[in-house]
Design a protein around this ligand. Structure first.
Ligand code: FES
Length: 504
C-alpha cells in the first residue's frame, strides 16, 4: 500500500499562490483546508478582499486531504447524544446546519461547474450486535424528531449481516480536493491572494490586526483562524479539544460488487464508501481503528488490523492506499465557530469538527461569512465558542485535561537506566529516551544515521511519541506533528523541534 491519500494522489498541485505575499486585505484567513478555502471564497463573493495563507506548499493537503469525505448530516449517533444532553432544539439546529452545508455545496458546484464527483447517496449508521439495536432505535427517533430524513432499517447492501441500521436518505459524497481546488481557483484577483508555503508566526490584535508570517507581516481588518488546531490560542481551545484519528485503507473494485451507500458502525467506527475511478471501477475507502493521536501504540499494527478487517469483509483484491484521518472533538460534541475569544471584535475561529469536517467545515464558511459581514444567522449561537453547553460539559473538560497533565509530566518514558540507548535503534525506528534532565526524540533512518531532537513539543512542552507507520513525531496533548528532522507538519506548534546532541 502507498502511504498516501488518494485525494492527493488523484489531483495535481496547481500553483494558485504567489511568491510575494500581500501587505493587507480586508480579511486574513489562516489555513487552506475546507473551512479556510470556503470562508475565503464566500468572503470574496461578498465583496471583500482576502489573503488566504497556508503553511504547506499545497492547498487542502493537510487534514482536509486525508479524510473519507462524506457529505452527510448523519454523524454516528449524534442526535440522540445532543437531544439527551442539550434538548431537541440543539439537535435540530445542528442537523439544519449540516443540511445547509450539503445544499450549498450542491448548488454552488452546479453554478461554477465544479467537477468534484459529487453525488447524492444514502448514508447508514449500523450495528452488528443485537444488544446495540435499542441505542440505534433511539438515534433514529432523535434524528427524525430533529427533522432529518432518518429511518430504522434491518436490510442494507453490506456484504455481511447487520442487526440494524439508521438510514439517512439524500446525503452526498464527493472528491474533497477537486471541490476545494475549484473554489480556490476563484479566490485570487481583485485584491485577493492565496499565499502558500508561508507560516503564520504571530498575531497582534487591533484595528487592523497584524499577522506575522515567515514572509513578513500582513494587516487585516479581520483575521480568521482555520488551522485545524487553532494557532495563537487566545480562547484556551487547547484545553477543550481532543485530538483523535482514524486509519484509512483504499483499493479498487467493480462497482457491482460493493455497496453504493456510505456506512459507519456506531460500535467500532468502521466506515465504508466508494468513489469513482477513471477506468470505470470504484475505489473502496475503508476507515477504522480510532485512537487518540500520540497514544503509545503501534500505528503500523493498527493498519494491519484495519487491512485484515477490510480484506475479510469486502470483495477488494488489493488495497493500494493508506492514510491517517485526523479529527478534533469538542467537550460538548459541537464545533467551535465564531469569535476567537470573548473580548475580540475581529478575530474569528473555526475548529472542532469532530469526525465530520466536510459539512462542519463548509458550515463554518457560511457562518463566518455572515458574522464578518454583519448578517444575522440563527445558527450562530449554537456554534459560538463561548456557548453555555461548553461550560455544562465540565466532566469532559476535566477528563481531557487530566490526560494532558499526565503527558506534560511525561509518564512512562524510557530511560537510559532501564532501556538500551539509541545505539540499539533499528533503521526506520524511533523512541524517546531521557538522559539526565534531557528528553531526546531519537530516530535512525534507513541509511543508519541517527537524528536526535528535543522531545519536548514546542507548543506547550508535552513529550512527543514516535509514529512507526508515518515516521513522524506526534504530540499526544494537542496533536502537533513533526517530521524526523523536527519540521512542523501540523500545529498548533509553529516552531520546529530543535536538534540536540545524541546521549552519551
Ligand atoms: Fe500542545 Fe504539543 S501540541 S503540547
Amino acid at each position: 500500500m502507498q502511504p498516501r491519500s488518494y485525494w492527493l494522489d488523484s489531483t495535481g498541485d496547481p500553483s494558485l499562490g504567489r511568491a510575494e505575499h500581500p501587505q493587507e486585505a480586508d480579511v486574513v484567513v489562516l489555513g487552506a483546508g475546507i473551512a479556510g478555502i470556503t470562508t475565503a471564497y464566500l468572503l470574496k463573493q461578498a465583496g471583500m478582499t482576502v489573503a488566504l495563507i497556508e503553511a504547506d506548499d499545497r492547498l487542502a493537503a493537510g487534514v482536509t486531504g486525508h479524510t473519507t469525505a462524506k457529505v452527510t448530516s448523519q454523524h454516528g449517533a449524534m442526535y440522540a447524544t445532543l437531544t439527551s444532553s442539550f434538548g431537541p432544539d440543539t439537535a435540530r439546529a445542528y442537523g439544519a446546519g449540516q443540511h445547509l452545508a450539503i445544499d450549498w455545496i450542491e448548488t454552488e458546484a452546479a453554478a461554477i461547474g465544479a467537477e468534484a464527483d459529487l453525488s447524492r447517496r444514502d448514508s447508514y449508521a449500523y450495528v452488528e450486535d443485537e444488544s446495540s439495536v435499542p441505542g440505534l432505535r433511539r438515534e433514529a427517533g432523535a434524528a427524525a424528531e430533529a427533522g432529518l430524513p432518518a429511518q430504522f432499517v434491518t436490510g442494507t447492501e453490506l456484504p455481511f449481516p447487520v442487526a440494524g441500521a439508521v438510514r439517512f436518505t439524500g446525503q452526498a459524497q464527493f472528491h474533497p480536493r477537486r471541490w476545494l481546488l475549484a473554489l480556490a481557483a476563484r479566490i485570487p484577483g481583485d485584491g485577493s491572494e492565496i499565499v502558500t508555503g508561508t507560516r503564520a508566526t504571530g498575531l497582534t490584535e487591533g484595528d487592523p490586526c497584524v499577522v506575522e508570517t515567515t514572509s513578513g507581516p500582513v494587516r487585516g481588518r479581520h483575521v480568521v483562524v482555520t488551522t485545524h488546531y487553532p494557532i495563537f490560542d487566545r480562547g484556551v481551545f487547547f484545553a477543550r479539544l481532543e485530538p483523535r484519528r482514524d486509519l484509512v485503507v483504499a483499493g479498487p473494485a467493480d462497482p457491482d460488487d460493493v455497496p453504493a451507500g456510505m456506512y459507519i458502525s456506531t460500535e467500532d467506527r468502521h466506515s465504508i464508501r466508494t468513489t469513482p475511478l477513471d477506468d470505470g471501477r470504484v475505489l473502496v475507502i475503508v476507515g477504522g481503528e480510532p485512537h487518540r493521536v500520540g497514544a503509545r501504540t503501534s500505528v503500523a499494527r493498527h493498519y494491519d488490523e484495519l487491512h485484515a478487517w477490510a480484506q475479510d469483509r469486502l470483495p477488494v483484491r488489493e488495497y493500494r492506499y493508506r492514510w491517517l484521518a485526523h479529527d478534533l472533538t469538542t467537550v460538548d460534541s459541537l464545533p467551535y465557530i465564531g469569535r476567537f475569544h470573548p473580548r475580540t471584535r475581529n478575530v474569528w475561529v473555526a475548529t472542532g469538527f469532530g469526525h465530520w469536517g466536510m459539512t462542519n467545515g463548509t458550515l463554518a464558511g457560511l457562518l463566518l461569512r455572515d458574522l464578518i459581514t454583519g448578517e444575522e444567522n440563527p445558527l450562530a449561537g449554537v456554534f459560538d465558542p463561548t456557548r453555555r453547553t461548553v461550560r455544562q460539559s465540565a466532566t469532559e473538560f476535566v477528563r481531557a485535561n487530566a490526560y494532558v497533565a499526565a503527558r506534560l509530566i511525561g509518564d512512562r518514558v524510557d530511560t537510559l537506566a532501564t532501556r538500551p540507548g539509541p545505539a540499539a535503534l533499528r533503521p526506520g525506528s524511533g523512541r524517546v529516551i531521557t538522559a539526565g534532565t534531557r528528553a531526546i526524540a531519537a530516530y535512525r533512518d534507513d541509511e543508519g544515521s541517527l537524528h536526535c531532537l528535543s522531545a519536548r513539543c514546542t507548543h506547550l512542552g508535552c513529550l512527543v511519541v514516535f509514529n512507526d507507520a508515518e515516521r513522524t513525531w506526534d504530540c499526544p496533548c494537542h496533536a502537533s506533528r513533526f517530521d524526523t528532522d523536527g519540521r512542523v507538519l501540523s500545529g498548533p506548534a509553529v516552531r520546529p523541534l530543535p536538534r540536540v546532541a545524541p546521549p552519551e
